[in-house]
Structure formats: C-alpha cells, structure tokens
Write a protein that binds this ligand. Structure first.
Ligand SMILES: *Cc1c(COP(=O)(O)O)cnc(C)c1O
Ligand SMILES: [Zn+2]
Length: 420
C-alpha cells in the first residue's frame, strides 16, 4: 500500500501519512493486488457473511484485503456498518420509467448514512497512528458518523459545522454521541480551509473526504452490490454528488473489481447533483476542463450543498473511465422523488433522492434505456431531516405532488368511514 499524488503522481509510503502532497494535490491509496486470486477472494467474502462477532461481520471489513490489508485487527473501530438492503420497488420503477431499478439503502448504516462506510476506516487508521482526537467539517452526516466512531474507539471528536442550512437532526445526533460541536459563520469550504492550516498544531486527525482512507472504506458499497448480485453489476449505478467522495470511491471500487477479474465489465456511472450546487455537472455540460467553484450554493438537500468539491479531479476520473454521465435536478424534483422513496417503505433523506429524480430524467431523455438495469445509491436515512418531512407533508405552503397531510377528525363512525 502506498500514497500516490493525484496531481504530480509522486509516490510515498503509506507510513508517512499526510493528507496532501507537497504540491497541494490530494493523495490516493494504491494497492498491489497482484498476489490475490479472484476465486479465493469470493470464497473468503462469502464465508464471512456468516460471521457475527468479529470485524469481518462488517460490510466494510468483510473486504479488508481490498481496503486496508495491513491494519492490525486491534485498531478496528466497527459498528457492523454496511450489510445494507438492496431493494426492487414497483413504485420507483413506474416513477422513473426504468423497469429494472434497485435501491441500495446505505441509509441503513448505524449512524444513518453511507459516511459510516468510510469513517470506520479513517478512525481505525487514525487510531493505529496513535491519535485520540478526530475532527471534520460537515453538513451533518460526516460529523454524526465521526462522533459515533470516535466514541466507539474511546477517543474524542471536534466537529465544525456551518451555522446555516444544515439539519438540526444531524447536529443533535452529533452532540448526543459526545462530540464537541463548533458552529461557525461561514461555508463548508471555509471550515475545511481552517483546519487544513491548523490541524497539525492542534493534534487533530482529519476525517474529511480529503482523507484517502475514507475513500477506501466507501469502495465497499459497490463491492457489496456486486457480491449480492453474484458478481454481476447492473448497466448503471446512479449516485448523488456533493463533495464527490462517494463517486470517487465508486470509480475506484469498480476498477478494483475489474482489475481483480471479479467483474468483467464496468457499469456506467450517472452522477446527479442538485441544481443549486452543481459545479461539477456545469463543468461537464459546458465541456470545461477546470471546475469553477460556486461561492454561494443553495439546495434544500443540505448534504449536497457544496460549491467547491475538493475531490473533483478524482470524480472526473470515475466519469471518464466508466463512460459516465452527469445531470442536475431541482429541489422540487428531489423532494417529490424522496416522497416516493419514503412511500415505497424504503425511505431516505432529500440528498439521496436526487438519484431517483436523476434516473427519471435520464430515462425520459433516453440516456438510460427503460430496460437497462440500474442501482440507485440511497445515501442517508429519512429521519436525518425531519424538517424536510414536515415542510413537504404538513406546511400550508408545500407544493409536494405526493403530499400526505394529517387528517383531523372527530371520532364518529361516519367521519372515519368517510376517510377510509
Ligand atoms: C455526504 C452525503 C452526500 C454526498 O456525498 P459526497 O461524497 O459528498 O459527494 C449525499 N447524500 C448524503 C445523505 C450525504 O450524507
Ligand atoms: Zn503532488
């Protein structure tokens, strides 16, 4: 395992861990998988499905050989993350027009979002280096996840959250897990800049998406999809993008599977951004080769509210290597799609539903065929943003297509019979 700079391609040993190269570029983790055998790996991964009390019961650590092979088990901080459901839904098929869609519910992770897939690896790595204090800047889910794992690892977490447009549910969850929450006047991007400069003097281990170990953990999402589908991936994987760490991990995980011979063809990736925070989609649709940051992004899907995604170069690689596409959707499209994912019994937070809204749009534009197979990745749990539920279903001002308001009624037989 070694670190490779995304910009200047300089290599350094994983032991000399740093978040960024001297040139300012981000690091990727490069593995040497040459000694691994695909058939044997499949058997090992399969056998671990029946584990209960070891790190290998986790849907992340089950794939340790492909994620962090050298880490001694004693450092692993795990909560049995991963192991999430993969669902077909009639309702979502007919809404998107895609007959073969399935939803991968990373919302079922222990802290309620896919951030757990990566955070278990970052915190375990920090612990192996002797850190006890962890930090991140977050729109909410990263901080909840970090706070949970820091506590599991017996350490402490310090999280920076912008004081506007984030979900109170997520902040409360973070507080409840025992983090010190520092609310500041500024954007997500300001928070990152602050501790990039100061984390060393403060003795903090950074758990943002610039941390390459989080990317390694998030690769497990596509490994798990592949394993559940008997190592046959769908034609398309549809994923939402904010900081673009997850689409980066998806691409990297796909390349692993391909290079190991565990799959023989790469699915295409469709990356969906919210219209109010879509610098990456704009770059792609305008055919530019540099991302222009958006100084004041706004989307109601707060987990996607990022105007200057640090990982955009890595994300670009995923799109190029998979012949992928990008697309943006409005907040109204996101919230209506979310209402249907909720109604289907699966449930998700607004950001996740960008995938379903995006799939619908791409099918209507005939970019994705109605008979192609597709998996949408649902990133966060429906209870992560209860304000969004209230606004959609209860507020007078809601223009939700699938609104389901509360019925006030006096309890008489005729009243109630009339409601049924
Ligand atoms: C973090 C997050 C995203 C965006 O993922 P990136 O890796 O930042 O692109 C999407 N949905 C939810 C629920 C999230 O928490
Ligand atoms: Zn470099």
């Amino acid at each position: 395992m070694k670190l490779v700079c995304v910009d200047c391609h300089k290599e350094s040993p994983a032991e000399s861990f740093a978040y960024q190269c001297e040139c300012g570029g981000l690091f990727d983790i490069a593995h040497d998988f040459r000694h691994l055998d695909a058939e044997q790996l499949k058997r090992v991964f399969h056998d671990r499905l029946s584990e209960r009390m070891t790190p290998y019961a986790s849907g992340v650590w089950r794939y340790k050989e492909l994620i962090f092979p050298d880490l001694p088990e004693e450092y692993i901080a795990t909560k049995y993350e991963g192991n999430t459901g993969l669902y077909a839904s009639e309702l979502i098929s007919s809404y998107t027009g895609n007959r073969q869609v399935m939803l991968k519910a990373q919302s079922e992770n222990p802290s309620g979002s896919f951030k757990d897939n990566g955070m278990t690896v970052a915190v375990s790595h920090g612990r192996s280096l002797g850190y006890r204090r962890f930090t991140c800047t977050s729109t909410g889910n990263t901080s909840s996840s970090l706070a949970m794992y820091a506590s599991i690892a017996g350490g402490e977490s310090y999280v920076f959250v912008p004081n506007k447009n984030i979900s109170l549910n997520k902040v409360m969850q973070t507080l409840a897990y025992g983090a010190k929450v520092i609310s500041f006047d500024g954007t997500y991007d300001d928070g990152i800049r602050f501790y990039e400069q100061h984390s060393k003097e403060l003795g903090l281990y950074i758990c943002n998406s610039i941390n390459p170990f989080r990317i390694e953990g998030q690769k497990s999402i596509v490994y798990e999809i592949a394993q559940y589908l008997d190592w046959k991936l769908p034609d398309w994987v549809v994923i939402p993008g904010g900081a673009l760490s997850n689409v980066t991990a998806l691409g990297k995980g796909l390349q692993d599977l391909k290079s190991l011979g565990l799959i023989d063809k790469l699915p295409r990736v469709a990356l969906i951004q919210a219209e109010g925070a879509s610098p990456f989609h704009r770059m792609m649709s305008e055919g530019r080769s540099e991302l222009i940051p958006e100084p004041a992004p706004y989307t109601r899907a707060s987990a996607l509210n990022i105007g200057n995604p640090p990982s955009w170069k890595k994300a670009l690689r995923t799109i190029e290597e998979t012949r992928g596409v990008t697309c943006s959707v409005t907040d109204q499209e996101i919230l209506d799609a979310k209402a249907l994912v909720d109604k289907s019994g699966i449930g998700c937070e607004p950001a996740s539903a960008a995938t379903v809204a995006g799939l619908r749009k791409l099918v209507s534009r005939q970019v994705i065929d109605k008979d192609e197979t597709a998996v949408c990745i649902l990133t966060g749990n429906m209870l992560k943003d209860t304000d969004a539920l209230r606004e959609y279903h209860l507020d007078e001002s809601s223009n939700g297509t699938f609104r389901n308001a509360i019925h006030g009624a006096e309890l008489t037989l005729s009243n109630i019979a009339g409601l049924l």
